[in-house]
Design a binder for this molecule. Structure first.
Ligand code: FES
Ligand code: FE2
Length: 400
């Protein structure tokens, strides 16, 4: 058994109430008692310029979003053979398919005849993809299998006119793709020990209750909000903050990826409860943050929110895809109402609270001119995130 499979087994064993979860509860409880949190070594500053410079933004988008693996959809979105999911990612039309062989593949959603989009955005099941312009036909492997009016069109070597493939792998309930054709993808090495942690959530077995897209502030303003508990009591007092202890964070890092553990309000009651009766996931909340734009947030035990944040045309805009998952398909009226309630609450928290304030930040930010933003010692995940951006930029040339 290789190292990663071993780790997966270990994490699976552990997450069934689990030493690992118990250890997280201990760490969170200690902070709760002492009114402390995990911290970075020092305060960090970041020039406002890093949030708004257009030239820098284009380079970052190119070197980070176009060159690194992105979780483009959940495995559940292409659940069976011959299903597909078509989407526009930043400026790239992508078609993800699951073939007769159950294998997932990704292509540029662009016809090789004269460039029409071959499949409308969305998802579904189809035997083949027929281009709406002149009806060239492709299969799920991207092969050109039909050429309308070939006798009049003339013979071409069909093998040379398949869809352009993007590197793609399925792992931990997600489908990972690199948007630049020809760029090699090795997902186990990219995720490292974060992969088994994600896998342990078992998202491929969860039910997609709802999915929607939200317009939000710029990439960094939006992402910063997913990476700290410092704002929870103030900003989210009426929504998710009702369940969360503000300014308490337990942080684990896996290269550029991070797992944030927040305390739930019930955490304090554990001081009076024998350890044998602790239910770890009733008292903590996990957020798995995959660099650069994935957040899987288990707000309440049997429901979770998957957020994918995609940069827009300018440093001031993003589109976020929110997917609401429930561990099982809700069936009774009460179960449906419960899932709906969760879905409405996270929509409100993100749209009317996080992104509302984010939009205000975005409109004020230029006024701060040459000044710096400052990330506190109690915001270590935000600090790590920006340090990794710097690192990826540096590894591919100049600092930005
Ligand atoms: S552009 Fe697709 S068949 Fe002509
Ligand atoms: Fe928030």
């Amino acid at each position: 058994m290789d190292r990663i499979s071993k780790k997966i087994q270990e994490v699976k064993k552990n997450s069934n109430n689990s030493e690992e979860m118990m250890a997280l509860v201990h760490r969170a409880l200690l902070h709760y008692k002492n009114k402390t949190t995990d911290q970075a070594k020092s305060i960090m500053t970041m020039p406002i310029e890093a949030y708004i410079n257009e030239e820098r933004y284009l380079k970052e988008k190119d070197r980070i979003y176009k060159k690194l693996p992105l979780a483009l959809c959940l495995s559940k979105e292409v659940p069976e053979n011959q299903t597909y999911r078509a989407m526009n990612v930043i400026d790239t039309p992508v078609l993800i398919t699951r073939g007769q062989d159950s294998k997932v593949r990704a292509f540029l959603n662009v016809c090789r005849h004269r460039g029409s989009k071959i499949c409308e955005e969305g998802s579904g099941k189809t035997r083949v993809f027929s281009c709406p312009y002149h009806a060239w036909v492709y299969n799920h492997k991207g092969e050109l299998t039909g050429l309308y009016g070939e006798e009049t069109f003339g013979k071409i070597d069909r093998e040379k006119f398949g869809l352009i493939e993007l590197e793609c792998e399925e792992n931990a309930g997600f489908i990972w793709v690199i948007l630049t054709p020809g760029k090699e993808l090795n997902i186990t090495s990219w995720l490292g020990d974060f992969g088994p942690e994600l896998e342990s959530l078992n998202l491929k077995d969860w039910y997609i209750f709802d999915q929607r897209e939200l317009q939000g502030p710029g990439w960094k303003v939006a992402l910063d909000g997913y990476l700290e508990a410092y704002h929870h009591n103030q900003l989210h007092g009426k929504t998710v903050g009702k369940h969360t202890v503000g300014n308490l964070l337990v942080l684990d890092t896996y290269g550029p990826h991070q797992r944030l553990t927040f305390g739930r309000k019930s955490l304090g009651s554990l001081e009076e409860t024998p350890e044998s009766e602790w239910q770890p996931l009733e008292n903590i909340r996990l957020i798995h943050s995959g660099f650069p734009n994935l957040s899987v947030s288990g707000v309440l035990g049997d429901h979770c929110l998957v957020s994918q944040i995609f940069p827009g045309n300018t440093p001031y805009t993003t589109t976020t895809r929110q997917t609401i998952l429930s561990a099982k398909k809700p069936k009774t009226k009460e179960e449906i109402a419960y899932s709906k309630n969760f879905s409405d609450m996270v929509l409100q928290a993100v749209k009317d609270e996080d992104y509302k304030i984010g939009m205000e930040i975005q409109s004020n930010i230029k006024k701060l001119g040459d000044n710096n933003f400052v990330y506190g010692k109690n915001e270590p995940a935000v600090q790590n995130y920006h340090n990794w951006i710097k690192r990826f930029m540096k590894s591919q040339g100049t600092a930005w």
